[in-house]
Structures are given as structure tokens and as C-alpha cells.
Design a protein around this ligand. Structure first.
Ligand code: PEP
Length: 245
């Protein structure tokens, strides 16, 4: 049985005080059957950690550098994230791939770095609109998975399927489109690892998730929760998604 996860990616939004207020407003939720993780900007991690410390909400980071320390101006490492209480880290969000040229080989190093510091990686994969229209979605997803997971033994990890055309666009994949790719991801993980391991890995859907579309997405057998961008910045929307039956 996989516990549902709802992850809120705040991206480059919220000042320190806004982050504190948003985090505090979420702490009213309790007795969760669902695991909730929020991903504030780096500079707010410590403040948010304090705000959520007596709640069931967990903390994650939006990316990390693969080296432990050194002359990498502006970067943040695994030990730094661990020291501020991050339990999860997003790896390979499509915005990182697109704007910061993160390729699968680099993401492989980042996953290794996360694992070596006991931070659970949430690996994001997803096809562009052109790739979907060319019917290459499944090939693209398979390549992203196999290249990023090369020589990485099975461990506690999460995959987020985020079709690039659905992120921040208001265009959500249909539950059937998402389920098809989620089942394919699980099949690929089962070949790469084994079936028992693949059954344990949670696969989140991301791309314009709202309280309106979450119920039909979460009905699908291989959709184990959501990675939420825009709607995670609204307390009401995020809580409603968390409380989806
Ligand atoms: C995301 O940032 O991962 C995301 C899915 O964004 P949105 O929900 O805004 O589409």
C-alpha cells in the first residue's frame, strides 16, 4: 500500500515573511492519511522548518548541487539541506532542465548526492508538447528514467510525471493520459529494478493540478499523489487537494 503524497513546489515565489505565513497557514491540517511535503525557496527553509515543526508537514528543497562543498558560488549542497531539516529534494524539474541545462547525466549525480545524504529524491520526468504530438512520449520518459537512474541501486525514491505542456499552463493531462504514463513508468522501474521494488515507488502526477481535477486523477491505480505548483501557493487550494478523497 503506497501512502499518498502531496508535494507543494513554491518555485521562486514568496518572500521570507510570505513563506512563513503560508507555512503557518498549512499547519492547521492534522491526522493526515496523506504525506505532505512543501518545497520553499532556499532562503526560507529554516523559517519554514520552524513554522511546521509541530505539524505533520515535511520539508523539501527544489534542487541541490551534487558536490558536498567547495567553490560553487550560489549553490546548495546535500549536507546543507540535511542540516536545515530537508527530507526530500526535487531532482530534474523541467524548469531546471530547460533554464539551467540540467541533463540526465548531471541528474544522475544529483540523485546519488541526495541518496548519500539520506535525502529522498523526487525525480521529475515528462515530455514536451512536440514530443507528445510526435507520439514519442513513452520513449522520452524511458530514456529520462534509465539515464538518470543508471547504476543507482533501488532505494527509497519518488518519481513525478510532469508533462511539460501541462506545467503552469492550466492544461491538465486527462486521468487516462496520466495513468498510461504512470503504468509505463512502473513497468520500466520493474525492469530496471524488480517488480516488488517498483510497486513500492510512489509516482506523483504534476501539471496544473487543482482541487477540481485532483479527485479524478487520484482514482487511477498508479497515481500516488501530486506535485503541485501554482495551487500550492494558495492555502485553500492546497488544503483542498490534500483532502481529496
Ligand atoms: C510544478 O511546478 O511542478 C507544477 C506542476 O506546476 P503547476 O501545478 O503550476 O502546473
Amino acid at each position: 500500500m503506497r501512502t499518498r503524497m502531496i508535494a507543494g513546489n513554491w518555485k521562486m515565489n514568496t518572500t521570507l515573511s510570505e513563506a512563513k505565513n503560508l507555512a503557518q497557514s498549512l499547519t492547521t491540517i492534522s491526522s493526515l492519511q496523506t504525506e505532505v511535503v512543501i518545497f520553499p525557496p532556499f532562503i526560507s527553509l529554516e523559517t519554514v522548518r520552524t513554522s511546521i515543526q509541530n505539524s505533520q508537514i515535511k520539508l523539501g528543497a527544489q534542487t541541490l548541487h551534487h558536490e558536498e562543498k567547495g567553490a560553487y558560488t550560489g549553490e546548495i549542497s546535500g549536507p546543507m539541506l540535511k542540516s536545515v531539516g530537508c527530507e526530500y529534494v526535487l531532482i530534474g524539474h523541467s524548469e531546471r532542465r530547460q533554464y539551467f541545462n540540467e541533463d540526465n547525466a548531471l541528474l544522475n549525480k544529483k540523485i546519488r548526492a541526495a541518496i548519500s545524504h539520506q535525502i529522498i529524491p523526487i525525480l521529475c520526468v515528462g515530455e514536451s508538447l512536440a514530443e507528445r504530438e510526435n507520439n514519442t512520449t513513452l520513449d522520452v520518459i524511458k530514456t529520462q528514467l534509465l539515464e538518470t537512474l543508471t547504476d543507482i541501486p533501488y532505494t527509497n525514491m519518488i518519481i513525478a510525471y510532469e508533462p511539460v505542456w501541462a506545467i503552469g499552463t492550466g492544461k491538465v493531462a486527462t486521468p487516462e493520459q496520466a495513468q498510461e504514463v504512470h503504468a509505463f513508468i512502473r513497468g520500466t522501474l520493474s525492469e530496471h529494478y524488480d517488480q516488488i521494488s517498483a510497486e513500492k515507488i510512489r509516482i506523483l502526477y504534476g501539471g496544473s493540478v487543482t482541487p477540481q481535477n485532483s479527485p479524478s486523477l487520484f482514482e487511477k491505480p498508479d497515481i500516488d499523489g501530486a506535485l503541485v505548483g501554482g495551487a500550492s501557493l494558495s492555502t485553500e487550494s492546497f488544503i483542498n487537494i490534500i483532502q481529496t478523497h
